[in-house]
Write a protein that binds this ligand. Structure first.
Ligand SMILES: Cc1cc2nc3c(=O)[nH]c(=O)nc-3n(C[C@H](O)[C@H](O)[C@H](O)COP(=O)(O)OP(=O)(O)OC[C@H]3O[C@@H](n4cnc5c(N)ncnc54)[C@H](O)[C@@H]3O)c2cc1C
Length: 244
């Protein structure tokens, strides 16, 4: 974990209310798929946790959705501005030996899965991907997965593009019966995945303070009733471990 003043290289909209921001950053060599950074914003007391989506040399990419004051402020930032980044934080997606993996991303849960997909491809796995959004305007990252040689199944709840329904509907429509899943997305999606699959890992969100395990602000409870800190024990957990 390092505290770094990272220079913004770009900050561009890529879908409705969704932006891609790239930084020149000096801890990229330590980052693993599924880890996150705590983004310090001038004038805001709390840092904002955002997943690391991609690393290319010393360039770190995040993708964020405008949800409130902090992320709205982020849209105004221009290249050359420096932000304080704390990271990389949390556990990432374990890269385990598997012949095949099914990656399920929902909305802004999709970004950290790009790096995980690359890691599984590099480890020799066949990688299937289904990405879910509400509607056509919200779809992003299909071309990023295509650049890795993966054709993602796009799913929209209103059927405006791709399969109508959730990522689970998408996997079913394409007869993907891979039992090993990596997923990140909204809570209802993760609940459904946890009720359907028993093997793999999900990445969770919780409101958090410090981001490195001290403040206990992000605690959830595991199936045995023990507290788990999303920031430090997670955000990635084995499917079925945490009560959702
Ligand atoms: C490990 C982790 C990774 C994340 N990765 C991404 C990502 O890649 N892209 C993305 O768009 N969003 C991501 N989020 C959610 C993102 O942190 C919130 O949307 C963001 O903090 C909202 O800030 P705000 O000031 O716009 O909203 P406000 O509602 O004004 O924020 C008020 C406070 O609540 C906190 N907060 C609000 N929503 C969340 C949330 N869902 N999780 C944690 N804290 C929250 C804020 O950090 C802030 O301290 C992630 C959250 C976690 C925990």
């Amino acid at each position: 974990m390092k505290l770094s003043n990272a220079k913004i290289l770009s900050n561009t909209p890529i879908a409705k209310d969704v932006y891609k921001m790239e930084f020149e950053c000096d801890f990229t060599d330590q980052a693993k798929p599924g880890q996150f950074v705590q983004v310090g914003l001038p004038g805001f007391e709390m840092r904002r946790p955002i997943s690391i989506s991609w690393i290319d040399g010393n360039v770190l990419r995040i993708v964020y959705k405008v949800m409130g004051k902090g992320t709205d402020f982020m849209t105004t930032l221009t290249p050359g501005t420096e932000l304080s980044l704390l990271g990389p934080l949390g556990t990432g997606f374990p890269i385990v030996k598997r012949d095949e993996v099914l990656i399920l991303g929902g909305g802004v849960g999709t970004p950290p899965l790009l790096m995980a997909a690359k890691a599984y491809l590099d480890a020799g796995a066949k990688v299937n991907v289904a990405l879910g959004f509400n509607t056509k305007d919200e779809v992003f990252y299909a071309s990023e997965f295509e650049q890795l040689g993966i054709t993602p199944i796009i799913c929209t709840m209103d059927g405006s593009v791709g399969v109508k329904g959730t990522v689970l509907d998408g996997a079913k429509a394409y007869n993907i019966d891979c039992p090993f899943v990596l997923a990140c997305g909204p809570l209802p999606m993760l609940r459904a995945i946890q009720n359907t699959y028993t093997e793999g890992y999900i990445s969770l969100e919780s409101r958090m303070g410090c981001g490195f395990g001290v403040c206990q602000g992000c605690v959830l409870v595991d199936k045995s009733g023990m507290p788990v800190r999303v920031c430090k024990n997670g955000p990635v957990f084995p499917i079925g471990k945490v009560v959702l």
